[in-house]
Design a binder for this molecule. Structure first.
Ligand code: NAD
Length: 443
């Protein structure tokens, strides 16, 4: 099948590469000229395990192309995927300007029947807005061309995006149109050999499914963080509580890790956007608002704990920070807890020495050169002259550490662990003040 994909970010790039890898012919189009130039040189602008070799292989095989030429891209595919960003608007609702711009572009250049596939995460009712935009643009052109719009939300997670796209739990398609069902069946046939993953439903339900999934996951995290904070105040250990509740199959062990708050490009904005969508139809989404508020509070916890360790005086202190990305196996720092922490530390007059295996470039891009930020090439270089260590991201390489070496390096034996990576007794017996999440103030 010939497929066009608008947007070569995390979702568009992974979708395009994976669809090419199963044999489709894919043209990816983006407005970012620099990004497309790099991709055309075989350079992958994001870090995503497994993506780079797959991308190069499919480019060499001639199945995957990149362009900034929207007219050429619209002519190319029968399926026109929209995978551009939907950032939060000023009030937290999803900003549809990029999605609707693409709809207009498709309508401007199409000269035969096209199926427009909303892959971006978009509020309920967006497919209707995309249809209206296409219709209006076609009318302006005086063109009478048939088209359909369907919803096909993406559930991949950054850090495991290729794996998730290829082996995801479900493929949701929102449409009532038979030609769309037929084309989407053909598109996803390589992933649907047992015919159980592809689920057709009405467009609005498909759009809501994406938000409901992210809101449920974010709720689990905020719930555990709420209980972790309670555990701290009550002298209980959240890790023991986690094991205790996870053993109930109705609850399960997945996604119930307490921590320093969720980040990334999806959960924060999608929870907010769903709450605003609810507001628009006169429904007060109390639970969603609470999920958001708990998360916001949780992101401030690392700073609070550090502040507590230094009696509220962090001025002139140097803090070693392990992990900048919002989670392991990605370079994405959007809404990362590390940002909340760094910004609070700078405000308090402290200096940060940070290490992340993948997000260093992204961090430099966001914050530029500053005297109070050093990004090191190696994990342990952050410890030189540092007063305390904070862990923000649970990268594997942070899990096993030599506490004696660490103690020699830090001027005060303070570890603030935003991901509960260590056994408190081990850390305590090595002579540290250990501040974890929901495991007592200082163990
Ligand atoms: P991104 O910011 O990484 O990429 C978006 C890309 O779209 C950029 O490269 C941008 O230049 C391009 N773009 C903007 N306007 C364009 C236009 N008119 N024509 C062509 N390209 C254009 O975004 P992302 O993380 O890939 O997210 C895309 C969508 O998918 C969002 O709605 C997001 O919520 C959703 N989503 C993201 C994830 C994730 O983990 N990142 C997972 C599932 C769903």
């Amino acid at each position: 099948m010939k497929i066009t994909i608008f947007g070569s970010g995390y979702v568009g790039l992974v979708t395009g590469t994976c669809l090419a890898d199963v044999g489709h012919d894919v043209m990816c189009v983006d407005v970012d000229e620099d990004k497309i130039a790099r991709l055309n040189n075989g350079e992958v602008p994001i870090y995503e395990p497994g993506l780079e070799p797959m991308l190069k292989q499919n480019m060499e095989a001639g199945r995957l192309q990149f362009t900034t030429d929207a007219a050429k891209a619209v002519k190319y595919g029968k399926l026109q995927f929209i995978a551009v960003g939907t950032p939060p608007d000023e009030d937290g609702s999803a900003d549809l300007k990029y999605v609707l711009k693409v709809a207009e572009t498709i309508a401007t250049h199409m000269d035969e029947y096209k199926i427009i596939v909303d892959k971006s995460t978009v509020p309920v009712g967006t497919a209707d807005k995309v249809s209206a935009t296409v219709r209006a643009t076609l009318k302006e052109r005086g063109a009478d061309i048939d088209f359909d719009v369907c919803s096909n939300p993406e559930f991949l997670k950054e850090g495991a995006a290729v794996e998730d796209f290829s082996k995801g739990a479900r493929i949701i398609v929102g449409t009532d149109a038979e030609p769309v069902k037929k084309a989407m069946r053909e598109c996803y046939a390589p992933y649907n050999r047992n015919r159980e993953k592809l689920m057709f439903m009405d467009v609005r339900s498909a759009e809501l499914t994406k938000y409901a999934a992210n809101a449920m996951l974010a709720t689990k995290i905020s719930f555990m963080n709420e209980v972790a904070n309670l555990a701290e105040n009550l002298g209980a250990d959240i890790e023991q509580v986690r094991h205790g509740i996870g053993s109930d199959p109705r609850i399960g062990y997945h996604f119930i890790y307490p921590g320093c708050g969720y980040g990334g490009s999806c959960f924060p904005k999608d929870v907010q956007a769903l709450a605003r969508t609810a507001g628009n139809v006169g429904y007060d989404a109390e639970l969603l608002n609470a999920v958001e508020a708990v998360n916001k509070r949780q992101k401030g916890k690392l700073f609070q704990k550090l502040s507590q360790a230094f009696d509220g005086d962090l001025k002139g202190k140097t803090i070693a920070l392990w992990g900048l990305a919002f989670k392991p196996n990605t370079d994405d720092m959007r809404e990362a807890p590390s940002r909340t922490l760094m910004e609070a530390l700078w405000e308090a007059g402290a200096k940060v020495q940070a290490y992340d295996p993948e997000a260093a470039t992204e961090c430099r891009r966001i914050y530029g050169e500053r005297n109070d930020l050093v990004i090191t090439e190696k994990r342990d270089d952050t410890l030189e002259g540092a007063d305390a260590l904070v862990i923000c991201t649970e990268w594997k390489m942070f899990r096993a550490i030599d506490f004696d070496h660490l103690k020699q390096k830090l001027s005060t034996p303070v570890i603030v662990d935003g991901r509960n990576l260590f056994d408190p007794e081990t850390v305590k017996s090595a002579g540290f003040l250990y501040y974890a999440m929901g495991r007592g103030d200082s163990l």
